[in-house]
Ligand binder design. Structure first.
Ligand SMILES: [Zn+2]
Length: 221
């Protein structure tokens, strides 16, 4: 994913930023409004209209569907407010769940530069990590569940962005939902850090056995 390059009015505005008052980000008038729109447009395009954390596809442009996400929370480190590699787009649900939670693997030195490289983060970093290395998205009859591939970033992202919420969406398939929710939670707890995609596949095939065959017949394709 290419980070945004600010120019024109946007970069002029950024040059006036004091590095402290992150609350300017949410102002509803002034230059920040068009700057936010530039960021949204750039990352929607880069991410193919998919959330950085759950990869859910939403073919909408407006800010009612998408939040500009500060990967390192802006309240925690306001000086990274306009750092292009700290910006991405997230769906409302992931963003709300993630909120101001810490994402650094180690505390940051005062006034340190933005840590570049995946090793500095506990969650899947949209600019530095390959999503598929850490998360398996499995489809069941047109719906999806998320299976962390490891106890590190996979598990952390799963918890921080509440990706378990997708399992609740099974709604009317009550037994199915319960079985999956339970199994995935257990899997997260026992998944070894070096689990391979083979291990994941084995887990998926176990899941199939736990599904009530009456449901399976109608729901799984
Ligand atoms: Zn999301």
């Amino acid at each position: 994913m290419k980070p945004i390059v600010f120019n024109g009015d946007d970069s002029a505005y950024i040059s006036t930023y004091d590095g402290l008052n992150h609350k300017i980000w949410n102002e509803t008038t002034g230059p920040i409004v068009s700057l936010r729109a530039s960021v949204r447009k750039h990352y929607l395009d880069q991410q193919g209209y998919k959330c950085a954390y759950c990869r859910m596809l939403k073919r909408e442009n407006h800010g009612l569907s998408w939040d500009v996400e500060h990967i390192v929370p802006k309240s925690e480190h306001p000086r990274f407010l306009f750092e292009p590699e700290n910006l991405a787009l997230a769906c409302k649900e992931c963003n709300l769940s993630k909120l101001d939670q810490k994402v650094f693997a180690r505390p940051l030195r005062k006034n340190a530069l933005y840590p570049r490289g995946k090793e500095h983060y506990t969650i899947i970093h949209p600019h530095y990590d390959k999503y598929e290395d850490h998360m398996e998205i499995a489809g069941f009859g047109g719906k999806v569940i998320y299976i962390p591939k490891n106890k590190g970033k996979g598990k952390e992202t799963f918890i921080m962005c509440d990706l378990l919420r997708f399992s609740y969406d099974y709604g009317d398939w009550k037994d199915f939902s319960y079985a999956i929710t339970k199994e995935v939670s257990e899997f997260v707890n026992r998944c070894p850090a070096d689990a391979t995609s083979k291990d994941i596949s084995r887990f998926l095939s176990t899941l199939n056995f736990t599904i009530n065959p009456d449901f399976a017949e109608h729901s799984i394709r």
